[in-house]
Write a protein that binds this ligand. Sequence first.
Ligand SMILES: [Zn+2]
Length: 254
Amino acid sequence: MSKMNELVSHDVADAARRRARKLRRVAHRTLLRYPHRVRCPVCGWSGARLSPSAKPRRPNRLCPACKSSERYRALELVLRRRGPVDPDVRLLEVAPIHTVQRTAEDLGYRYTSVDLRSPRAQVHADLCHLPFADASFDVVVCFHVLEHIPEDRQAVTELARVVGTEGEAIVVVPRDDRRAVTFEDPDADPADYERLFGQSDHVRWYGADVAERWRETGVEVVEQRWSDLFTPDIFDHAALLGDDDRFWIVRASS
Ligand SMILES: [Zn+2]
């Protein structure tokens, strides 16, 4: 084969491989899409099942379109069920993702986001020292943040302070059901966090004592399950069964 013919046949083979890859992607997406057993309440995508998550490795976990996990799909259902609010009702999102602001503003909330560093956040501040007045928010959303914070009790006190006795901070943390007591080790080397706490930037494994642990600070803590809020068909349709069935409502004690 001449040099020119060799190059041409390489190009043809490359193009065929690219076409095959594209066909596989389309086939995968099509297979994932039918029948419509699951619907993402955040973006409306529907299909046979959601994408798996990598860590922890679980099937039917993340929306293939908007990437929302079950806790954000549950929040969406909760906020939508409550319906539109007056424009003076304020919602604070800690460690914002891309979907909550859209939903909150769509429903009429005055939305604010806070994070120590994230460029997505409107306010940059430490969760242990929030620059907001007492009882200045009606709702705070704080998902998967406190397991990163060494002084989580101080952060919980701040969440309760900014919602006061009438508002509610909706808090989710990863919890290891096999542990009766939360495990942390303030002297641990950060190089060991992944081995000790399951992720390189986590500083503890919460156990069954989450509510008790936070109540010791004097705040009100109510432990709930998403599965208690929805009928089984709504729960299954939004694929809410993951690691995050529990959540906690935190507010100042009255
Ligand atoms: Zn979605």
